[in-house]
Design a protein around this ligand. Structure first.
Ligand code: FES
Length: 74
């Protein structure tokens, strides 16, 4: 999906940059995202924050069958 229409930048490109460790400012300088009309900034920052290293996606907890039974009994 194109996020920045002015500079024709997709969410995939922003995600790749974020995952590679680029700061949002660097993405703006490199790709021009949110530097013209600014309408894409909210969406671009949202994609960036979801994909930036350190973003907690989910907390998974593994349980053994015995632990699950103990939780059910409690
Ligand atoms: S849509 Fe990104 S600067 Fe205009």
């Amino acid at each position: 999906m194109i996020v920045c229409v002015c500079h024709r930048v997709s969410d995939k490109t922003i995600a790749q940059c974020a995952r590679s460790g680029m700061a949002f400012d660097d993405i703006q300088l490199e790709l021009g995202v949110a530097t013209q009309c600014g309408q894409c900034e909210g969406c671009a920052r949202s994609v960036f924050s979801e994909c930036a290293p350190g973003h907690v996606v989910a907390h998974l907890q593994l349980q053994t069958a015995e632990q699950a039974r103990q939780v059910e009994r409690a």
